[in-house]
Design a protein around this ligand. Structure first.
Ligand SMILES: [Zn+2]
Length: 177
């Protein structure tokens, strides 16, 4: 559906994304890629996660308020494995943090964007949804909801001191710098 000037619209921006949450890169081997990102470039390795349900291992490296996510397929049947076979290693998607993911998806859909996920779903680091590259100038865009947002509870994430502590630390960092 194309957006049209006569269509009623919700506000252009409810609240602008807070930060680039991560940039995801597909690699053949996380260990090999750490030789560059951790050992030569000096980024801090935060964690390595197996996600059997998605057929991938992922590693997060911290850089400022953002992360670089390395994605290594562990199952040849996944989309990530097909991407690697077809295009080789390289950039896969950028992830922007938003305050209210469900509202953001509604607003984007009303404005004619093609959504891969029409509702927030569980991701390794919080509720996420992907926007189709056809609507994003050729780039796969992921949105993630900031810790403690409404979808965290709706999707059954534990709402613990942890999430609010993370949000608090981030707010404190923003204030101080
Ligand atoms: Zn991602």
């Amino acid at each position: 559906m194309a957006a049209h000037a006569d269509m009623p619209r919700v506000p252009v921006v409810l609240s602008a994304p807070g930060r680039v949450h991560h940039v995801a890169l597909i690699v053949r081997s996380i260990e090999a890629a750490l030789g560059l990102y951790r050992d030569l470039l000096g980024l801090e390795l935060q964690q390595v996660l197996e996600i059997p349900s998605d057929g991938v291992r992922i590693a997060f490296l911290g850089i400022g308020e953002s992360k670089i996510e390395l994605v290594e397929p562990t199952d040849d049947a996944t989309g990530v494995a097909r991407f690697l076979a077809k295009q080789g290693e390289g950039f896969h998607h950028v992830c922007l943090e938003v305050a209210n993911l469900a509202e953001e998806l509604t607003r984007l859909a009303i404005n004619g964007l093609e959504l891969i996920d029409s509702a927030p779903r569980r991701g390794a680091e919080g509720p996420v949804a992907f926007l189709h590259p056809r609507s994003c100038h050729g780039v796969l865009v992921e949105l993630i909801e900031a810790p403690g947002g409404p979808s965290w509870r709706a999707l059954g994430y534990p709402i613990e001191a942890d999430a609010s502590a993370t949000a608090g630390r981030r707010a404190a960092r923003r204030k101080s710098g």
